[in-house]
Design a protein. Sequence first.
Length: 227
Amino acid sequence: MTTEEIRNELFALRDEQYRDFQSRLIPTLKPESMIGVRTPALRKLAKEIAGSGSADAFLLDLPHRYFDENQLHAFLISGMKDYGACMESLQAFLPHVDNWATCDQMSPKVFKKHRPELLGEIRRWLASGRTYTVRFALGMLMEHFLEEDFDPAFLEMAAAVRSEEYYIRMMAAWYFATALAKQYDAALPYLEERRLDPWTHDKTIQKAMESYRIPEERKTFLKTLKG
């Protein structure tokens, strides 16, 4: 399928009520930039496009016109099995990511087998200065480096991010709340010593309170650290 044919297919899958719902969730985008395709339909279309061999032209056709095209693009990248090709497509796409939903849904499965290489890219993304590239980097640090490949230095990488951007701060808080669930002893000093900016500090504690993975006795102590 050509890009135009893919766009026509997206419009054929349009759900206007869902578009209106999405628009409220993503206030940084204009409503007219949204078609309104539900996620299961986007996933199915991404598999069809990948299987047909017509994904390459669409992936190169940047920037896209619609949010739903960006969502489809993200699903295509997430499903790529070759690390080099996946990273090349991702690097080209990241500068065009303009909302939290597209950013957060990208999770290439192939990254699990290439964490050492991924870590170098994360460091570069964190220094990029682009809101959703930095947010994506924090998300990948959270997804891939808080368990068997954890190093306390990664917490410092995340804490070193300083931004007034809401969507970066929110991801940083999400990262540290997850770190409290998975690496409590290493993460706790960042709150005890107030090594995060005040907003991220308090939001981290709020998210920790909402987590089912953190025991109540730890939550009780974390409450005492709120600013």
